[in-house]
Design a protein around this ligand. Structure first.
Ligand code: HEC
Length: 525
């Protein structure tokens, strides 16, 4: 059992250890003939053979795993171990458990979401097949049913990319000095080459991690000249390459260019719909956002990059340019015990701003302005919260706010943006008739799997009508970061002992929270 626990570890720094643990687990569970469960040559103690109708690995389960798991579960990819006949059958009960619980494959959007492109979710039939196979003792079946994994290819234009932009040498990422920090999000401003300084119109992007281990996911934005100046000013402020952007890009007008898990070749690229471009105007830049999943990269430092395909001049002029919309709601999350008034009490609002002040002296002004802009107040937000003097393991606080759509058109991309205390997220768009349509609904927020989503058909928006984001946060004692490692929990509570809850506000810093969504709208022609 210990081995399985290890596999569940959040940190990919432990990926090798976990893979070894799985191998060890497999090894101790095997004594030669057991490598073929259900084999008729096994001794009298073997369980009875499965019913002939039971699904088998080679015939029924392996094709599902190839299609839905192997993009991550293979050597040198995101997940800790590769699936083959031996690992899959040895881990069958765990596999079935994770699949039935819909924890694997990771796909946080729920069924209320508008149809999304590239869904990883398993259909009910596939889940039932895997469960039945595990129940039957994970029979391998006939090896002649085995088919090699079909190659997964990223959908990008067939011609070579027009432009390759890489993080500058001076901005290379080298990890945090704190040995416990295994997870951080950094952004890098990539300047356009001089020959393209008048701007570019992007039609497709392929995200490329600079290291084969250590990049959990990445993506990017197109920003204008003003945004590029503002973001460059944030680079290297802490003496390291790029800048901390787990709290997002703030108010910068950033056109979402999509995102990917680079280890996952099925989702390593972004293609815009025909006739649509993401424009980087003169003086603008491409911003790369990289979620590092390990402290210890397999290289001393990382310089990730992106391949871009550009619209030809004539096409670009007529193309519809994606319009960015960033919406955010107030983040005012009290402790389960209530709001303290003493300013040195970590459950007071003042203390939250004081914690952020060294890197973010304007957090308070921003927070007050956000409350006013969203037409709400602390009293309104806190009315009815079940404060308890003794604290609580779970403590859920809701917040919402909208903004007027800047153009009529179709929402193409959305990226909800919460952090480690986020519990759920939803983005909705008000329609012409005043009803609301869900763009994306994430019933159980998992910060590790925060992603950017392309909508399969898009959701209409009308200029001036509202687009709103609604988040819940859980600031209970079980959802706090580990006092031992300084790390948040992932899929399970962080390692005990945990830090006590504090009053949380919005900000870019690692410990701050966020309730925001970035959207890209294709304007009507
Ligand atoms: C997008 C990448 C990705 C895909 C697709 C994926 N996994 Fe995983 N899986 C992971 C990662 C990463 C981990 C390590 C734990 C974590 O970080 O969540 C993991 C862990 C696991 C574990 C160990 C979980 C535990 O709780 O110890 C199992 C079992 C598993 N995956 C099964 C599957 C199966 C079965 C599929 C396909 C039906 C699948 N995974 C698809 C990324 C993926």
């Amino acid at each position: 059992m210990v081995a399985l626990r290890l596999v569940r570890t959040r940190s990919l720094a432990f990926a090798a250890a976990a893979a070894a643990a799985v191998a060890a687990f497999v090894a101790c569970g095997s004594t030669g003939d057991e490598a073929v469960p259900g084999d008729a040559t096994r001794g009298a103690t073997a369980p009875p053979p499965p019913p002939a109708s039971a699904p088998t690995w080679y015939r029924d389960v392996e094709p599902i795993v190839h299609a839905h798991c192997s993009a991550c579960h293979r050597t040198n990819a995101t997940a800790a171990f590769a699936f083959d006949a031996v690992t899959a059958t040895s881990l069958a009960p765990l596999v079935a458990d994770r699949v039935v619980a819909r924890v694997m494959p990771p796909w946080p959007p729920g069924p209320l979401s508008a149809p999304l492109a590239g869904s990883r979710a398993l259909g009910d039939g596939d889940i039932a097949t895997i469960a039945a196979w595990a129940d039957a003792g994970a029979p391998l079946g006939d090896a002649r049913d085995h088919a090699p994994r079909p190659p997964l290819t990223a959908s990008v234009p067939s011609r070579a990319p027009d432009l390759h932009l890489e993080v500058a040498e001076a901005n290379a990422y080298a990890g945090d000095a704190n040995p416990f920090v295994t997870d951080e999000v950094r952004c890098f401003v990539l300047d356009l080459p001089a020959a393209l300084a008048s701007g570019i119109s992007v039609t497709a992007a392929r995200w490329r991690a600079g290291t084969s281990v250590g990049v959990h996911d990445m993506g990017g934005f197109a920003v204008d000249a003003e945004g590029a100046v503002a973001l460059r000013a944030r680079e290297r402020r802490d003496g390291r390459g790029g800048f901390e952007c787990s709290g997002g890009l703030g108010d910068v007008r950033a056109v979402l260019l999509g995102a990917a898990e680079p280890g996952n070749e099925a989702s390593s690229a972004t293609m815009l719909p025909p006739g649509v471009v993401a424009q980087v105007p003169a003086g603008g830049a491409v911003v790369l956002r990289v979620h590092y999943g390990v402290k210890h990269l397999d290289e001393a430092s990382d310089r990730s990059s992106v391949d871009l395909w550009l619209a030809e001049d004539g096409v670009a002029a007529a193309a519809r340019k994606l319009v960015p919309l960033v919406i955010s709601a107030p983040v005012e999350v009290p402790c389960p015990t209530g709001v303290a008034s003493a300013t040195d009490d970590p459950c007071s609002r003042e203390s939250a701003f004081a914690r952020l002040a060294p890197g973010d002296p304007d957090a308070r002004t921003r927070a007050d302005a956000k409350l006013a802009a969203c037409g709400t107040s602390l009293d309104a937000l806190f009315a009815g919260l079940p404060f308890t003097p003794g604290g609580a393991e779970r403590f859920v606080v809701r917040t919402t706010c909208g903004a007027a759509a800047p153009a009529s058109g179709i929402i193409r991309f959305v990226r909800p943006h919460l952090r480690t205390r986020g519990a759920s997220a939803r983005v909705e768009a008000e329609q012409a008739d005043g009803t609301w349509r869900v763009v994306i609904d994430i019933p159980r927020w998992e910060w590790w799997w925060a992603g950017a989503y392309a909508l399969a058909e898009g959701v209409p928006v009308v200029a001036g009508r509202q687009v709103r984001v609604t988040c819940t946060f859980d600031n209970g004692t079980a959802n706090q970061w580990s006092a031992l490692t300084g790390e948040p929990g992932h899929l399970a509570p962080a390692r005990a002992p945990r830090l006590p809850p504090t009053y949380l506000v919005g900000g870019a810093a690692r410990g701050a929270e966020s309730c925001a969504a970035e959207l890209a709208i294709e304007p009507l022609p």
